[in-house]
Ligand binder design. Structure first.
Ligand code: ADP
Ligand code: MG
Length: 872
């Protein structure tokens, strides 16, 4: 076997340590990738795959990207689910003997990326660390671009719900093995899961003290919680190992108990379309799309947090509601604050850039511009009549010292780059001013020389020019050269076709001064900038605190704006279990179909005579819309928002559950009946009497009798054992008899007007159950051919007369039992099969004991008989 070249040997040694990354191996002005990395990268980045001699018989597959434009390529790889390790030359190539030393200086992954072009300013980008314990898990997650860090301790059964709520882009965890469920959740939600990443997940606790004082940790209450501490240590070590830097914008811990928030499971979040739609996964059409009228990225992210984490503490909700109320009532106040907010940049992310030392001068000016708006906002708020708002203003630091500092130091329109000068105000530094004078003066001197030489030589077109090779020169055209005598100090330097260029000693002296001054000034401005940056950095805590208040104000303004524009009302809260919504609307659908066309509906749920509503009505009547609207109004109230209704009195609920029957949910491609039942089982086990449960067509995923029986017994179980507020939409109108048998069950239906074969949907929820399904009417609306509609009506008539539709229309409590005992169902089936000899034959076949050939022959025979029969 041939021997590897020394460089390839070095490559393999490094690659061995970063198997989970695409290795960007620095060679001169390029980052090169080899072998599998090259094959992947050339495909993902659409760049040419070449080969390089590596010592083996065959060339190593290779591709590369230029160093200066590498960011865009790295972003693309990250977006496609890869991690990138940046390997740089760590010594000067000209000074090294043999192979230049190389080292990985940084790892970029979905959870550690800082690039604006990838980060969505309306969403946090969380990196999550999980430490598994026997029955629990500890999680810590951080958005390193904003410094937002949270920790919690959670029961294992709730872990996946918490993951979905936070929706990190990357997860690291402590154990050697990976649960299939974790893998699945990550796959489905586009989360990068670091398997076997124990090498990054160091348990070295010294990292903690780089971020927090011991007394702070003690205060937050996590010092004695070993598991939480380890998930945090794992997280911070991972950041250090990948970034090779302490991310000091992370300086606070939000340690929370997940039980302080309303728990919403995966299906509920999805079904209610809180932050994205079920089908297209787009924001448009989701609740947040209606709610988000924020002006800043910080506000947008906080609003999303509000929606993801509804409160369940009455006092906290009331506080938010009162704040929104004050703003709804004061149009001018809202407008004034809003117009200031619109000029505020993403201060949180700017702080992140300061901490990671990658902020540029222009962004510092953006920070200054943002800070300049704070005193005005504070003034507006503190002078308003609003008591709650006033309190917020007390927390606002005007940061005028930082404003003045930036204003004094940095030009109003500085360069975006760090090393090209044009950053610092002359008034800020004597040295900068002197150098600038010198270089300006030099240019002035050059002009003087030009006019003096013109006079001296008599050549009017003589000019002094500059190029990179020769520096400053005097240029004289050929025709002038013939006519005039040149001074003896002119030294010929370059010949052009129509002119000659000369230099003089004097010119060279001035040139050196000018060029030196320019070089010096660039270096000086760079150093000063670093200094300014680190001085601002010392105040990062203060800036972050103000950013938080701004974000909150932005969210409150947004909620009040939405409430005002869409005619929402302030809900009253209670803890008595009563849920009353007068003329409620679906916040999203009403926007889609024009508010005036939306038919509002009233809801009354309580703990005594109406805790379970059975809602019947034809397809397309509006059942699902109605139930979701009740869930959304309840949820909106819990985040502290006004609600789309004329009046609402909302009982605090601990959880909201929604489940949609399998066949209604087929677009997901994974909803089998089994999944539907698993989810229902989860609801029945977890719901309490303080929960709100929405069941939409549950039981639909199986045959009529099975489905009906299940739906029936589920309602019974909820009524007897849980007592939670429940809305149950069903096309089994047979279920309406439950009203008579169970206390707390009440029938509702969506009204339709029937006119022969036509129906009109009235969209109004009325008391009492529906007595038929109107399937054929709906099909007619859908413009099925007349022939089919007519024939279907005929068949329906016949069926209704025959046994097949012997559905328990009129079950009295006494006959329910009988109707659903096993025998009676079997009997019923047999009597039905008796009506058709072919079916009887099929039922009597002994399939288990048939050979395949026999089965095929039998099937052939049956088909023959069927063909010769006239069905119904
Ligand atoms: P169902 O669940 O009964 O089959 P949906 O709730 O899916 O019916 O409603 C079907 C359509 O009817 C919705 O997409 C919506 O356009 C319209 N709709 C529903 N409720 C209302 C309402 N209250 N006012 C106006 N249109 C409505
Ligand atoms: Mg429906």
């Amino acid at each position: 076997m041939k021997k590897l070249t020394p460089m390839m040997k070095q490559y393999f040694e490094i690659k061995e340590k970063y198997k989970d990354c695409i290795l960007f191996f620095r060679l001169g002005d390029f980052y090169e990738m080899f072998f599998d990395d090259a094959i992947i990268a050339s495909r993902v980045l659409e760049i040419t795959l070449t080969g390089r001699e590596c010592g083996f018989d065959e060339k190593a597959p290779m591709c590369g990207v230029p160093y200066h434009s590498s960011n865009a390529y790295i972003s693309t790889l990250i977006r496609n689910g890869y991690k990138v390790a940046i390997c740089e030359q760590t010594e000067d190539a000209s000074k090294s003997k043999g192979i230049v030393k190389r080292e990985v200086v940084k790892i970029i992954s979905p959870g550690t990326i800082m690039d604006d072009s990838i980060l969505n300013n309306k969403e946090n980008n969380y990196l999550m660390s999980i430490t598994f314990n026997d029955t629990s898990a500890s999680i810590s997650y951080v958005d390193i671009s904003t410094g937002d860090l949270s920790c919690t301790f959670i029961d294992r059964s709730m872990l996946y719900e918490e993951i979905i709520k936070v929706k990190p882009t990357e997860i690291i965890y402590s154990s050697q093995t990976t649960e299939d469920r974790l893998k699945l959740i990550c796959d489905q939600n586009n989360i990068f899961l670091n398997e076997n990443s124990t090498k990054y997940y160091s348990t070295d606790s010294s990292i903690l003290s780089k971020y927090f004082d011991e007394s702070y940790l003690l205060n937050v209450g996590i010092l004695d919680k070993i598991e939480i501490k380890y998930s945090l240590i794992g997280l911070l070590n991972y950041i250090y190992n990948t970034q090779r830097q302490v991310a000091s914008n992370i300086n606070k811990i939000n340690y929370y108990n997940s039980l302080d928030y309303m728990c919403l499971d995966v299906f509920t979040r999805r079904n209610l379309e809180l932050t994205e739609t079920l089908r297209s996964k787009e924001k448009k059409g989701s609740l947040i799309h209606v709610l988000d009228k924020t002006s800043t990225g910080m506000g947008s992210r906080l609003l999303k947090k509000y929606v993801d984490e509804p409160l369940i503490n009455k006092a906290s909700i009331q506080e938010r509601l009162d704040l929104v109320d004050e703003l709804v009532k004061d149009y001018n106040l809202r407008e004034d604050i809003s117009s200031e907010l619109k000029n505020i940049y993403d201060i949180e992310r700017l702080c992140g850039k300061i901490a990671f030392e990658n902020i540029n001068p222009k962004e510092i000016i953006n920070l200054k511009k943002s800070i300049s708006r704070i005193p005005k906002i504070k003034h507006i708020i503190s002078n308003s009549e609003c008591i709650h708002l006033k309190k917020l203003s007390e927390k606002m630091d005007e940061l005028s010292d930082i404003y003045n500092f930036i204003n004094d130091a940095i030009l109003d329109e500085p360069s975006v780059t760090l090393k090209d000068g044009n950053i610092i105000r002359s008034s800020f530094s004597d040295e900068v001013r002197e150098l600038r004078d010198l270089s300006k003066n030099g240019t002035h001197l050059i002009k003087e020389i030009e006019s003096r030489e013109r006079l001296k030589t008599g050549i009017k077109s003589l000019k002094v020019g500059f190029n990179r090779v020769f520096g400053y020169y005097i240029e004289i055209t050929n025709s002038n050269l013939k006519q005039f005598e040149l001074p003896s100090e002119y030294i010929r330097k370059q010949t052009l076709s129509n002119a000659e260029r000369f230099i003089t000693l004097e010119l060279k002296e001035i040139e050196e001064k000018i060029l030196n001054a320019e070089e010096k000034i660039k270096e000086l401005e760079y150093q000063l900038f670093l200094d300014i940056r680190s001085r601002i950095y010392k105040n990062i805590n203060r800036i972050q605190l103000v950013a938080k208040v701004i974000a909150k104000i932005d969210v409150l303004i947004s909620l009040s704006q939405v409430a005002y524009e869409n005619n929402y009302c302030k809900p009253t809260l209670n803890t008595d279990g009563n849920l009353t919504i007068i003329d409620g609307r679906h916040p999203v659908i009403e926007k889609l179909i024009n508010e005036e066309n939306f038919v509002p509906n009233t809801t009354n749920l309580n703990t005594s005579d109406c805790s379970i509503c059975i809602i019947t009505g034809p397809n397309m009547a509006g059942k699902s819309t109605y139930m979701r609207q009740v869930a959304l109004i309840t949820l909106l109230a819990h985040i502290g928002s006004f609600v789309p209704a004329k009046e609402a009195n909302i009982s605090i609920v601990d959880r909201i559950f929604t489940r949609v029957g399998a066949s209604d949910d087929l677009s997901q491609g994974q909803s089998t009946f089994m999944v539907e039942m698993t989810e229902v089982s989860h609801i029945l086990k977890t719901a309490t009497k303080n929960s709100l449960v929405i069941l939409d067509e549950v039981g639909r995923g199986t045959s009529t009798y099975d489905g009906l029986s299940l739906a029936w017994s589920i309602v019974e179980y909820i009524s007897n054992n849980i007592g939670c507020k429940t809305l149950f939409a069903t096309h089994y109108h047979e279920l309406t008899v439950l009203e008579k048998n169970l206390s707390g069950v009440k029938n509702y239906s969506v009204a339709v007007e029937e006119n022969g074969e036509d129906i009109i949907f009235l969209r109004k929820i009325v008391e009492g159950g529906a007595d038929k399904s109107y399937g054929i009417h709906v099909a007619k609306l859908a413009d099925l051919p007349d022939e089919i509609i007519k024939r279907a009506s005929e068949i329906l008539n016949k069926l209704e007369q025959s046994n097949i539709n012997h559905a328990p229309h009129d079950f009295s409590s006494a006959t329910i039992e009988a109707a659903f005992t096993k025998e009676s169902v079997v009997n019923e089936q047999i009597s039905f099969y008796d009506t058709n000899p072919l079916l009887k034959e099929i039922v009597s076949l002994d399939i288990v004991n048939m050979t395949p050939i026999e089965a095929l022959n039998t099937l052939y025979k049956i088909q023959g008989k069927a063909k010769s029969m006239e069905m119904i």
